[in-house]
Design a protein around this ligand. Sequence first.
Ligand SMILES: [Zn+2]
Ligand SMILES: [Zn+2]
Length: 260
Amino acid sequence: MLVDSHCHLDRLELGAHDGSLDRALAAARERGVGHFLCIGVSADNADAVCELAARHEDVDCSVGIHPLDLEADAAPSLDWLLEQLARPHVVAIGETGLDYHYEPQAAERQQTSFRLHLEAARRTAKPVIVHTREARQDTLALLREADLPQAGVLHCFTEDWAMARAALDLGFYISLSGIVTFRNAEALREVAKKIPADRLLVETDSPYLAPVPHRGKPNLPEYVREVAEFLAELRGEPFEALAERTTDNFYRLFPLARRR
Ligand SMILES: [Zn+2]
Ligand SMILES: [Zn+2]
């Protein structure tokens, strides 16, 4: 069994499944995907992800404000985060983090929000899902400063080995998406070979970043299989072993996820 550890089920483009999320989930299950973690990105979609988790036994969710979804007047409050984290089936906090690629001018606002999420993670003991892009030093500095007792994950990882090593040393997991299959991702593939088997997760980040051979099309949770197959081959591991390890890792990192 595989787990899609990071997908945006409320944002999928479902043309390939006649517009039906149920059909998209069924297609994924048929390809061995047995669990989905649906990720919150804003105050606006918190209800949507919670409703999806309530409707499907194999869907759990997270809530948080994506660094690129922060509006000047819409920084989350700690109270709001704690309230959301107390809802049923919310097994993690995020995605949160720092993205200086698209919004370098918003660094300070992003850091304030990231710190709030880390504080909420501390108070609830829920794992944090971190989005980081072109912000290596600051991301690591804030994670060190938070010094959380529980593990978290750097999702859709695209950074170098030094960053991966530092995150692993902090007890974090590393999640890889379809980007690792892209032709120009040679450096990331070298990193992917070195991630310890007991700290690796797989994800689609659908509807974004479809893996080869679906690149350029809307991504779907069923394509986590392509990501996992590619990684198994790259790392020289049997597919079944990689599927089992990444699934075990998922349930160890997210102990509140409903195991069937
Ligand atoms: Zn992200
Ligand atoms: Zn995401």
